[in-house]
Write a protein that binds this ligand. Structure first.
Ligand code: PA5
Length: 451
């Protein structure tokens, strides 16, 4: 593994201790087999994505370059799993003020990932982009999400009005081939379409065409992203939790959940990794928040994911984390080497702060991460730390796939279906019913009767 996984803060004498790994070896083996035996099957097709063929990747890279040449504004329309991976990776790999940079410094299109349908946001988007040099990647796995389809309908009209028949070259669609309304519409209109594997769920799709197409347009090294994801995939095949950090993390998280740690705080100490926390929150929340277990018994389980940013949230949340209730487990994420570290010079008028000079902001940030981890440990709360060597494609591929395997193993420990989202689907159908979509008439009446 490229990253370091430090579990020293996770074992507590009055919580889960090292001996538990031995005592629970049967349970760990069962959860391990549940995930590993299903790799590549059913809803675990995402396990195969890191092994995508060079030819397929080269096709995507070629397409990305072609689009990038004529694009100043790349707009991604999608929501949930169709957006959060792209946001996490793009924020990590782009300059932090990417869209504000002049073209010669930026050397790639500006990026707008529109994962909401707030009309103000849509109106504002059209105020800052120029349709002639804009490219829209419309992404929906199901091809039937109202939010994304309404964005698609709006942009088609705008493009047609502005560019006539040329509108087609400004849109790329990513959806399940042969299924859903978007696939049908895109085929009818002759739009360039990329497919998402049937067994790749939204929140597990970042390294399918969902993420790879925008990443290729933005010129990222998609092969390195996949290489990082392969590293975790291989490590996750090791039955020993001490050699398999995702398995070990999942075991700890679910054991602590049983002991009342209902909240999982994820806290990257890196602005570039800020949105990997959002990616994690969706995975953890939507995958593990389930009413029923494998036997159909009501369990209403889940662990509420909470994101925090170091050091910003030290001055907002850490008081609660240290002295507040014993209901949390923490995942800290650190970065060893920053691409652009900034030295702290001395300042003669600030002599009593001379201890800072000669250090860098990166050193201070890491020092504060360790200090917060110590404070959390000292207050009797469990935590573990993931330390990336640097923020690049390979490390990111590893981090995102680590979260995915951690989630898959956690679901197996909890004995629930990790890969469905009936609660989300119900909301989508209720929206159809409210807007009088034929075929969805009964839904609201049934709901009213139930309550
Ligand atoms: O993880 C999931 O399955 C969901 O969060 C979906 O990604 C989200 O609801 C969007 O669905 P779709 O990509 O089908 O539009």
């Amino acid at each position: 593994m490229k990253s370091e996984y430090d579990f020293s803060g996770a074992f507590l004498s009055d919580g889960v201790h090292e001996d538990c790994l031995k005592k629970d070896s049967r349970k760990i083996a069962d959860a391990f087999s549940h995930v590993i035996d299903n790799m590549g099957k059913g809803w675990q097709e995402w396990c195969n994505l890191p092994y995508c063929s060079e030819n397929e990747l080269d096709e995507i890279i070629k397409y990305g370059k072609k689009v990038a040449e004529k694009t100043e504004y790349l707009v991604v329309f999608g929501i949930g799993g169709s957006a959060l991976g792209t946001i996490a990776v793009a924020n990590a790999l782009n300059h932090l003020h990417h869209n504000e940079l002049a073209r010669d410094k930026r050397q790639k299109p500006k990026l707008y990932v529109e994962d909401n349908i707030d009309p103000e946001r849509m109106a504002s988007l059209f105020d800052v982009i120029d349709l002639e040099t804009a490219h829209f990647n419309v992404i929906t796995k199901s091809g039937s999400t109202s939010e994304t389809l309404s964005q698609f309908m709006i942009v088609i009209k705008r493009l047609r009005d502005a560019l006539g028949d040329d509108f087609k070259s400004h849109i790329t669609v990513t959806t399940t081939i042969g299924k859903g309304s978007l696939y049908r519409a895109a085929s009818e209109m002759g739009l360039k379409t990329f497919g998402i594997g049937e067994g790749v769920g939204g929140r597990f799709s970042v390294l399918s065409a969902v993420g790879l197409v925008p990443f290729a347009i933005l010129g990222y090294d998609i092969k390195a992203l996949l290489k990082g994801a392969r590293t975790v995939t291989e490590a996750s095949k090791n039955p020993s939790p001490n050699e398999n950090p995702a398995l070990k993390a999942a075991y700890l998280m679910t054991e602590y959940l049983k002991q009342g740690k209902n909240i999982s705080v994820i806290m990257p100490y890196s602005d570039k990794l800020k949105y990997t926390a959002d990616f994690y929150c969706q995975l953890w929340g939507e995958s593990l928040g389930k009413a029923l277990n494998w036997s159909g018994e009501k369990v209403n389980c889940g662990q509420t994911p909470v994101k925090a940013l170091g050091v910003t949230d030290q001055h907002s949340q850490v008081q609660l984390y240290t002295e507040g209730p014993f209901d949390k487990i923490f995942t800290f994420i650190g970065v060893k080497n920053f691409d652009n570290d900034v030295g702290i010079p001395s300042c003669s008028a600030l002599r009593d702060y001379d201890f800072l000079s000669g250090h860098t902001l990166g050193e201070l940030l890491n020092c504060e991460r360790k200090a917060t981890q110590l404070a959390v440990s000292d207050s009797g709360k469990p935590s573990f730390t993931i330390l990336l060597d640097k923020v690049d494609e390979e490390n990111l591929g590893e981090l995102l796939y680590f979260f995915m395997y951690e989630t898959a193993f956690a679901g197996a420990f909890l004995g629930i279906n990790t890969f469905d989202q009936p609660g989300v689907e119900f909301g989508k159908k209720a929206t159809f019913a409210m807007l009088n979509r034929p075929g969805y008439e009964g839904i609201l009446e049934n709901l009213t009767k139930k309550h």
